[in-house]
Design a protein around this ligand. Structure first.
Ligand code: NAP
Length: 250
């Protein structure tokens, strides 16, 4: 069923991993989909996959840690499609690993600017466009590390907790203006974010930390993001949902 027909949907960081799966699902459900990423090759590949299966998509290069890129992107979306109804603020990085007392200051600044400020800049420019479009739904990708901590990733944990808080604050402000804003907390998902940074043994260890006994897939996260994006979830706002194979139930 084309539940997103006539809808315009933006996914940041959709040249890879979770964002790519979300963009493909949105487009498969009929949305005009804006694929955005700092990585042009990855973004163009997602657009090609969508177009090959008969969907509508364009690519806009944007660095989500730069507010000007968000401003430009939203203006381009309104110019091209005349509206913005759905956004998945997904772009994020893992950042350096190390305990707080030794954590590099520039690593902290980078992770906070992409993973937290990037979501704020997105909301700042997306919300006025959505108000003009008659309302919409925004899904911010946080993490299980937006709910619990872990050793060795202080900036990531702080940024993702910040995303959950920002989601609640913004959701309250726009709840009666027909804009719903929710956050999703994936467990460890098998994407290049993990495979580029971690060896096989570490991936196995992470998998064993999920009661389901494996890592998640991008498509499993995309299903939850999609549900939060459509009118089936019309009474849901300001919430944080995990998709984590039971990780945070322990
Ligand atoms: P991924 O495969 O690395 O994809 C992220 C995409 O975002 C990449 O194409 C990346 O480009 C791009 N990107 C990085 N910095 C950007 C920026 N400043 N502006 C625009 N695009 C940027 O990662 P993923 O695993 O799908 O992660 C997506 C989101 O899920 C992130 O917010 C992440 O924190 C969150 N998450 C992931 C996991 C997991 O286990 N994978 C778990 C919980 C939450 P480059 O490749 O060039 O950097």
């Amino acid at each position: 069923m084309n539940t997103l027909e006539k809808k315009v949907a933006l996914v940041t960081g959709s040249g890879s991993g979770i964002g790519k799966a979300v963009a493909i699902l949105y487009a498969g459900k009929g949305a005009s989909t804006i694929v955005s990423d700092i990585d042009e090759d990855g973004g163009m590949e997602t657009v090609s996959i969508i177009k090959e299966s008969g969907g509508e998509a364009i690519f806009i290069k944007a660095d989500t840690s730069n507010p000007e890129d968000h401003k430009y992107m939203v203006a381009q979306i309104l110019k091209t499609y005349g509206a913005l109804h759905i956004t998945c603020n997904n772009a994020g990085i893992g950042g350096p690993l190390g305990p707080t007392g030794e954590y590099p200051i520039e690593g902290w600044d980078k992770v906070i600017s992409v993973n937290l400020s990037g979501v704020f800049y997105g909301l700042h420019y997306q919300i006025p466009a959505m108000l003009k479009s008659g309302g919409g739904s925004i899904v911010n990708i946080a993490s299980i590390l937006g709910m619990v901590g872990t050793k060795g990733s202080p900036a990531y944990v702080a940024a993702k907790h910040g995303v959950v808080g920002l989601t609640k604050a913004a959701a309250l402000e726009y709840a009666d203006k027909n804009i719903r804003i929710n956050a999703v907390g994936p467990g460890y998902i098998l994407t290049p974010l993990l495979t580029k940074a971690l060896d096989e043994d570490t991936l196995k260890l992470l998998a064993s930390m999920h009661p389901i006994g494996r890592l998640g897939t991008s498509e499993e996260v995309a299903e939850l993001v999609y549900w939060l994006s459509i009118s089936n979830s019309s009474f849901v706002t300001g919430s944080y949902y995990t998709v984590d194979g039971g990780y945070t139930a322990q």
